[in-house]
Design a binder for this molecule. Sequence first.
Ligand SMILES: [Zn+2]
Ligand SMILES: [Zn+2]
Length: 247
Amino acid sequence: MEVHFLGTNGWYSDHKGNTLSTYVRLPDADIILDAGNGIYKADRLLRPGLPCYLFISHFHLDHIHGLHYLVKLRPPVLHIVSSKGTTPVLQQFINRPYTIPYDRLPYPVHFHELADGWNDMPWGRVQALPLVHEITCYGYRLEAAGKSLAYCTDTGMSDNVPVLGREADLLITECALLPGVPDGGWGHLNPQDAATLARRAHCKQLALTHFAAHDYPELADRQQALTAASAIFPHTIVAREDTPLVL
Ligand SMILES: [Zn+2]
Ligand SMILES: [Zn+2]
């Protein structure tokens, strides 16, 4: 399993990077987690002949505005995976008159709604559980080829994060807030909260991503998040765009 962070900014893209999207390379499939505008870089990673599965966590714009770039990708087939009841939402705004509809893309698109809990996939299995956020948002645990990865963003403090991330090879959480800043009610984590959840999960590694672009004005500012989180959970890294991680 190989992880490429294509976008690590929360809210908006700027000189530091793009809004949220993460590519995961499995032996038998290409996975993309969320469609912030970092997804435009996925075209150089997708492998000919392998299906692509795009997981959507929720419908805040920084996680979906990259759907407008799907025409740039060339998978043989795209499976868009989201939580129950969400397919009509996905089909509403990727459509005329806003942009070209899915059936005009240069490849077939299929939609899948996951049940809460475990779901079998052709390349492994996925656990889907709700997180704590302003709108319905799901976290996903992917298991394939003997490796496990949990993706939990966006969320406030949620007991489902340690469930999804238990003993995972990698737990990816958001880190929208600065160290010590409490959640203002939308459902976000500061680095200490993220590290506390990682410690409860007994995961092997925590990767922080989704740094709010306005609160972390420079890349160097993310170092303070790393310092604060590492004091609680030492095996913490800051997600870096275009720096692959091999699990
Ligand atoms: Zn977000
Ligand atoms: Zn959100």
